[in-house]
Design a protein around this ligand. Structure first.
Ligand code: SF4
Ligand code: SF4
Length: 304
């Protein structure tokens, strides 16, 4: 079995109206090489599934503790903790837990990532693809979907062969060779304009240069649509230097429009389930004022 025929994803949204034109299926691919301070899906970053623990669904039965051969579950002083250094992601505790299963993303313990043959995933998607065929299409998001460019190109081709509109959501911080594998099969590119490195608040010239090369390369292909998508992150993407660079990229390349992605309060649940603290906690007032500031600064007509 060739590795490129296997694809790894952590979620599927069966009907989205926010991730490309019309009504869309969104497949979220596992793995990301970046470490954005505001990451909305921390569970997407590792190349393999992290064990997620949703304490609010735990009934304290200790079955997970008995099922784990690696002392992955620790009960101390009334608390239940995951020893992540010992966890191999084997799934025994998930199957032992009375309200969890490796086959679904609900319950106290979850291993969200599925690793499947491209053909199997396509077979599963096909009935819904028929439903959105005339009203939207499919979007591949992540994580960084281009890290699985070989398998993703196969899947995108299968979708194109049945007349489905395809979109890829990417940071643009990728190898050109990976973008090339997808170029023949992608109608819309949703590009993240990720100009920050890690927790640094100022845009990085290196990230800007990679984004420039990426946009320069994909924009040579005729007939594609490019949509810029930037997250609303107080202290980061409302930085005037960043906004100026976004405007420069918009002027330089045929970006059809720009969308602002509001800071997602839901991501806090995933940080907690992974036992880590968000670097930028959600603050409703700040998120809303930052959104207004960015909208005015960018003077853009179409916003999500
Ligand atoms: S996934 Fe496996 S190794 Fe990790 S805590 Fe559960 S049983 Fe232990
Ligand atoms: S098996 Fe599930 S419900 Fe029981 S203690 Fe472990 S996580 Fe909680």
């Amino acid at each position: 079995m060739k590795e490129d025929t296997i694809i790894s994803y952590f979620n599927i949204s069966w009907l989205s109206e926010f991730d490309g034109p019309g009504k869309r299926i969104v497949v979220y691919l596992q793995g990301c090489q970046l470490d954005c301070a505001w990451c909305h899906s921390p569970q997407s970053q590792p190349s393999k599934s992290p064990l997620l623990f949703f304490n609010q669904f735990c009934i304290g039965c200790h079955r997970c503790e008995s099922a784990c051969k690696n002392n992955g579950h620790i009960f101390v002083n009334g608390g239940h903790f995951i020893n992540r250094q010992h966890c191999t992601g084997c799934g025994s505790c998930v199957e032992a837990c009375p309200n969890s299963s490796c086959n679904r993303n609900t319950g106290a313990l979850q291993l969200p990532t599925k690793k499947v043959e491209v053909s199997s995933l396509f077979k599963m998607l096909k009935p819904q693809l028929e439903l959105v065929k005339n009203s939207g299409g499919i979007t591949f998001s992540g994580g960084e979907p281009l890290l699985q460019s070989g398998a993703l190109a196969m899947l995108a081709k299968l979708c194109k062969d049945m007349g489905i509109h395809t979109a890829v959501e990417t940071s643009g911080i990728v190898e050109i060779a990976d973008a090339d594998k997808l170029l023949p099969y992608v109608d819309t590119w949703l590009v993240g304009f990720r100009l920050h490195q890690g927790i640094n608040k100022e845009p990085s010239p290196e990230m800007e240069s990679i984004t420039y090369k990426f946009l320069s390369h994909i924009s040579k292909k005729e007939g594609i649509e490019i949509i810029g998508r930037i997250p609303v992150i107080p202290g980061y993407t409302n930085n005037d230097d960043y906004l100026t660079k976004v405007k420069e990229l918009m002027d330089e390349f045929p970006v059809n429009r720009l969308e602002l992605l509001p800071h997602n309060p839901e991501s806090a649940h995933y940080y907690k389930a992974m036992g880590i603290k968000p670097i930028i906690p959600y603050n409703k007032e700040l998120a809303e004022s930052t959104y207004r500031y960015m909208k005015e600064s960018l003077e853009i007509a179409i916003l999500s």
